[in-house]
Write a protein that binds this ligand. Structure first.
Ligand code: PXL
Length: 256
């Protein structure tokens, strides 16, 4: 691709994420969001999720062979001369976390956004303590920005549950102290504030970001869209706080 003033080459971003077959979350959502925000997306699939309509839409989860995950990242890094930012979504197993950690070490991508997916649509899919710990110790410190939801914030911060804005602020600080320079701890509509509320913390600035809530339900794929939008905006040169603000507006517009 050649860059011209009329047709500048878009930044390339990589989603290391799971496939969610129905297209409502995961890598499929990431690619749509990347395209919407004018960046070029490529993917390394970590797992295949097929929700089961016969069993309350439970998540049937099949991990991709770690070597194949490695090969996909290698292909993306080889084909594209520069990957401006990486979004990490569902990993789910210890061997997947290990191979992604090794790739982050090898390729030293300049910006890494971690959506620490431990739960989808109310269903905890990776309850194994070892997986939580591996994500916290091996991937979190390599992230430029992390975007946990309430449950994931509680897990990463090591607290029982988060039921107030003050507790969410505290959790964001604890997660920052574990090595993630920018934290966007998401409550969405779940704290009953009548808004979609998230807390941003970068070690100095603590901002409560709110937009009018669209309904009171948690929305499947909203977290993926938010993290993908943050990744796209960072790739285009936004600051982490600017990226968070834009991403919240993108999610609100996509739900409303
Ligand atoms: O929304 C979290 C999520 C992320 N990635 C994949 C998913 C889900 C939830 O269903 O299936 C692949």
């Amino acid at each position: 691709m050649t860059s011209t003033p009329e047709r500048p080459v878009p930044p390339v971003v990589l989603a290391i994420a799971g496939s969610e077959a129905s297209g409502g979350a995961g890598a499929q959502t990431d690619l749509k969001t990347f395209h919407q925000l004018g960046v070029f997306g490529c993917t390394a699939l970590t797992c295949i999720v097929s929700m089961d309509p016969k069993a309350g839409f439970d998540h049937r989860f099949v991990p991709v062979d770690p070597e194949v995950i490695h090969d996909q990242i290698e292909a993306c890094a080889g084909v594209h001369t520069a990957i401006a930012a990486v979004k990490i979504g569902m990993l789910g197993t210890a061997p997947t976390i290990d191979v992604v950690e090794a790739a982050l070490e090898e390729y030293r991508f300049p910006t890494v956004v971690l959506d620490p997916v431990l739960i989808c649509k109310g269903q905890e899919f990776a309850s194994a303590r070892a997986v939580d710990d591996a994500l916290r110790s091996k991937i979190l410190p390599r992230a430029t920005m992390v975007t946990p939801n309430l449950f994931e914030s509680a897990t990463l911060a090591g607290v029982e549950e988060i039921t107030s804005v003050e507790a969410l602020k505290d959790a964001a600080k604890r997660i920052h102290d574990q090595g993630a320079p920018n934290v966007l701890a998401k409550a969405g509509p779940s704290l009953g504030t009548g808004t979609a509320l998230d807390v941003f913390y970068d070690g100095r600035t603590l901002e409560v970001l709110e937009v009018p809530a669209v309904g009171t339900e948690r929305v499947h794929g909203a977290g993926c869209t938010l993290a993908a939008a943050v990744t796209a905006e960072l790739a285009k040169g936004a600051t982490p706080l600017e990226a968070a603000v834009t991403a919240k507006n993108v999610v609100a517009a996509s739900i409303g």
